[in-house]
Design a binder for this molecule. Structure first.
Ligand SMILES: Cc1cc2nc3c(=O)[nH]c(=O)nc-3n(C[C@H](O)[C@H](O)[C@H](O)COP(=O)(O)O)c2cc1C
Length: 360
């Protein structure tokens, strides 16, 4: 199956725009799901029972999940669930709908199995996403009752591009009130390189009031505690990573997601010309792994064991996931390798993890 996907990738996908290929794959997934392939896939890909973990006060069918950005509008959660993800993080969702940057805005660096993207939070806005998530939550609780595979659903929120930075908190609060009630966990994304000024919100003086306000509003809107995490960039200096760790501890935040894409272009093997031609944006894939692991180790040293870390950046294999867990991550995510590895990627990861667990 892996060989078949590689063939389709080489002969079809590499000839079309990456974003078009993404839409094609997602449409295929949804169609397959509608005609009943989801149940077959679910039986084939369901994670082994031994992979169950507990984190953030929730039960996760596997420590491995899908990172934000793949399903920004919660339009394909159930078809994706059938592939065996332990969780699916939807978003980034912003308070207002917005088109994102002009296309082309996603680029493959095949030699590096990497992507560069400057999507710019293209999404339908919090109000449109809320009813989709309500429906999904209903379906997922029925799936749980029927003892089917049911992933945890996280919601990642960001700032609307047109909202000035000084009004960022209010913008995040609109999304929080709308989406916290339909989220298993909530993520404040302050680390995308594609919304001007966004990453300045990682400064402690901006981050403290933002996270406090979102945390209070989330619990208030949902009438329960909604685990809250902050997602940070790999481009933060080590001292800044430590400062975020200290702030998270001080605020009693539930966790950190590390990391988002990088603005660096170091370590690539692709032709310089190709990299230059892609232009600005966030780089993801294996080239990110080293820094992602450094940030993980730094955060683990700074945070109490009860504060969760979700490690993301350059994860391809079950062995990569196991390594992140050994370095102190509670959960692990991936995105870019999905594009290069195909639909049975998650199944392979879960199988390998179960194997590693069994061999102790
Ligand atoms: C095309 C694309 C779009 C993304 N969009 C988002 C997003 O909307 N919000 C977010 O927090 N991260 C987004 N990310 C970042 C991923 O969630 C992840 O943090 C990053 O890609 C590193 O993981 P990877 O190397 O496994 O891809 C996006 C990544 C890609 C490749």
């Amino acid at each position: 199956m892996g060989a078949m996907y590689r063939f389709v990738f080489q002969t079809v996908f590499t000839r079309i725009d990456p974003e078009q290929a993404h839409h094609l794959v997602v449409s295929g997934l949804r169609l397959g799901h509608r005609v009943g392939a989801g149940r077959v896939l679910e039986r084939l890909c369901r994670p082994e029972e031994s992979l169950r973990v507990r984190a953030l006060g929730l039960d996760w069918p596997s420590p491995f999940g899908l990172a934000a950005g793949f399903d920004k509008g919660a339009t394909s959660v159930l078809p994706l669930a059938a592939m065996g993800f332990g969780h699916i993080e939807i978003g980034t969702v912003t308070a207002a709908a917005q088109p994102g940057n002009p296309s082309p805005r996603m680029f493959r660096l095949v030699k590096d199995r990497a992507l560069i993207n400057r999507m710019g939070f293209n999404n339908d806005g919090a109000e449109a996403v809320r009813p989709r998530l309500e429906q999904i939550r209903d379906r997922i609780s029925r799936m749980k009752r029927d003892r089917r595979h049911a992933p945890v659903i996280g919601v990642n929120i960001g700032k609307t591009k047109l909202t000035p930075l000084e009004n960022a908190t209010e913008d995040y609060l609109v999304s929080t009130r709308m989406l916290a009630p339909v989220a298993d966990y909530l993520v404040v994304n302050v680390s995308s390189p594609n919304t001007p000024g966004l990453r300045a919100l990682q400064d402690i003086d901006s981050l403290r009031p933002l996270l406090s306000a979102v945390g209070a509003a989330a619990d208030d809107a949902a009438q329960r505690h909604v685990p809250l995490l902050v997602k940070i960039a790999p481009d933060l200096a080590d001292d800044d990573v430590d400062a975020v760790g200290a702030l998270v501890t001080d605020l009693g935040l539930d966790g950190v997601i590390a990391t988002n894409t990088t603005i660096s272009r170091e370590g690539l093997h692709s032709d310089d010309e190709q990299v230059q031609a892609a232009g600005a944006g966030g780089l993801s894939g294996p080239v990110l792994a080293e820094r992602s692991k450094q940030v993980l180790v730094r955060l683990r040293a700074a945070l109490p064991r009860t504060t969760a870390i979700i490690s993301v950046g350059g994860v391809t294999s079950g062995d990569d996931v196991a390594e992140r867990l050994a370095l102190g991550a509670d959960l692990v995510q991936g995105y870019t390798a999905f594009v290069y590895e195909g639909p049975f990627w998650v199944r392979r990861i879960n199988r390998r993890l179960a194997e590693l667990l069994q061999s102790g």
